[in-house]
Write a protein that binds this ligand. Structure first.
Ligand SMILES: Nc1nc2c(c(=O)[nH]1)N[C@H]1C(S)=C(S)[C@@H](COP(=O)(O)O)O[C@H]1N2
Ligand SMILES: [Mo]
Length: 448
């Protein structure tokens, strides 16, 4: 268990806070570690007092190891259904008109850990989202150089990351209409600096209004296809039911569609868990898809009554919109909530809209808070530990990643069975005679 300086400040030395406490950061990076390698880092809620998320505190999501791309070896290739297949260097790209825009990058899995029943996957809470200024070139200006053929319907993006074991390469298509939208860009800068390795150096897709699985990093190739790509990351992952289903439903793959638009959503940055009695300004950010946020309501009584929050001036089309609400906080326990509405009339639901892979969580999440004179944080439960794991687990499951991915899950035996099948498909080695013991351990230790 690590206690950061920020935790100590919050706790005033009085209470002990565990690593998994809401929004508390691991010591060191100031980020919450979902997995150290592949690198998955979450931004603590307190950082969302900023409308622009600083790059050092921007969440990171990598399905595999982060590649170190050298600009000298790099070019962007464009192939498939174009008249003039070829490539561009960074110098060529920089000759095209330069565009800059704020846009929210949110992982489709953000908030997955709040769904009931639980499902496997990175157990994000609030912070796999951020807003940056992206600078680069319009994708349509790039495509114009190669001249799309009329049969070209989908753009397949491939990055320089390489899969681990027998896992499939992370490749994704977007429909050509989204690619030709003047707001879709290929960015070489984030917050005024060249992209960092983690965020996709030297070039990434920016598909504003869409979940970030389409924002392919380390982009090196665009293949123009006449069909949606049929690889794992398009046809199995990042799909959700076309219609809402009751929690726990098994959905036929033919009734699933790719995740595209983000949901309208808001996040309270401060206060978090504790506040002193008196005047408290509840602050946070709200975001949406191509339809901008028009209203944020805040509740201090767990959703019984709502108050219109004050919105930040000068909204951008795809960026965060700040909100605040001044509250005379009496001593005691309270539950804060925020609920955003967009111009299209979409409102954050109070009940989560469950789906089998746990995507696009946007329920107005209750945020319990203690208002008291001396600082304290809610006691929180830490993840079960894999320290006493049997040899079969250590041999089969700790070669590609450490315990983080496993100990954050809360799954039934049947779900663990499917998860072990997924991992053996990627190259984990579990002998037939050891499988029952492995499942017994996983299902007993990391259970719902
Ligand atoms: N090449 C490549 N692009 C990728 C990914 C990846 O694993 N490989 N992850 C995607 C997912 S699921 C997310 S949420 C975002 C995360 O972007 P960030 O790390 O800059 O926050 O990148 C997307 N682009
Ligand atoms: Mo993601």
């Amino acid at each position: 268990m690590a206690i950061s300086r920020r935790d100590l400040f919050l706790a005033g030395g009085a209470a002990l806070i565990s690593r998994s406490s809401l929004g508390a950061a691991d010591s060191g990076s100031g980020m919450i570690t979902i997995s150290p390698s592949p690198k998955d880092l979450e931004t603590p809620v307190g950082d969302f007092v900023n409308v622009i998320t600083p790059t050092e505190h921007f969440f990171v999501r990598c399905h595999t190891m982060t590649p170190e791309v050298k600009l000298a070896d790099w070019k962007l290739e464009v192939t498939g259904l174009v008249d003039r297949p070829g490539s561009l260097t960074m110098a060529d790209l920089k000759k095209l008109p330069r565009v800059s825009m704020q846009a929210v990058l949110e992982c489709a899995g953000n908030g997955r850990s709040f769904y009931q029943p639980r499902m496997p996957g990175a157990q994000w809470k609030f912070g796999s989202v951020g807003n940056a200024v992206w600078t680069g070139v319009r994708l349509r200006d790039v495509l114009a150089k190669f001249n799309l053929k009329s049969g070209g319907k989908h753009l397949l993006f491939d990055g320089a990351d390489v899969p681990i074991g027998k896992m499939q390469d992370f490749q994704r298509t977007i429909p050509v209409e989204k690619g030709l939208d003047p707001d879709t860009i290929l960015a070489y800068e984030m917050n005024g600096k060249p992209l960092t390795a983690e965020h996709g150096f030297p070039l990434r897709v920016v598909a504003p209004g869409w979940a970030s699985d389409s924002w392919v990093k380390w982009l090196r190739k665009i293949d123009v296809l006449d069909h949606e790509f049929d690889g794992f990351w398009m046809k199995t992952a990042y799909r959700h039911p076309a219609q809402h289903v009751p929690p726990g439903t098994a959905v036929d793959p033919k009734d699933m569609v790719p995740v595209t638009d983000l949901n309208v959503k808001s996040l309270i940055a401060t206060p978090n868990e504790w506040a002193a009695p008196g005047t408290v300004t509840i602050k946070g950010v709200a975001w949406s898809n191509a339809s901008p946020v028009t209203k944020v309501d805040v509740s201090v009584d767990g959703g019984k009554t709502w108050n219109a929050a004050k919105l930040g001036a000068k909204p951008t089309k795809y960026g965060f919109r700040a909100f605040n609400h001044v509250w005379k906080a009496p001593e005691g326990s309270h539950v804060l909530m925020a609920r955003a509405t967009n111009a299209a009339g979409q409102v954050q639901p109070v009940e989560p809209e469950w789906n089998p892979n746990g995507y696009l969580y946007n329920a107005a999440q209750p945020r319990p808070i203690t208002v008291s004179k001396s600082p304290q944080a809610l006691a929180s439960v830490s993840d079960p530990s894999a320290a006493s794991a049997p040899g079969v687990y250590k041999a089969a499951c700790t070669g590609c990643h450490d315990d983080h991915f496993v100990s954050q899950q809360r799954l039934t035996r049947a779900q663990w069975d499917r998860e072990v099948t997924k991992m053996t498909g990627w190259g984990a080695e579990v002998k037939a005679e050891d499988r029952a013991a492995l499942l017994d351990y996983l299902a007993a230790t990391f259970k719902p």
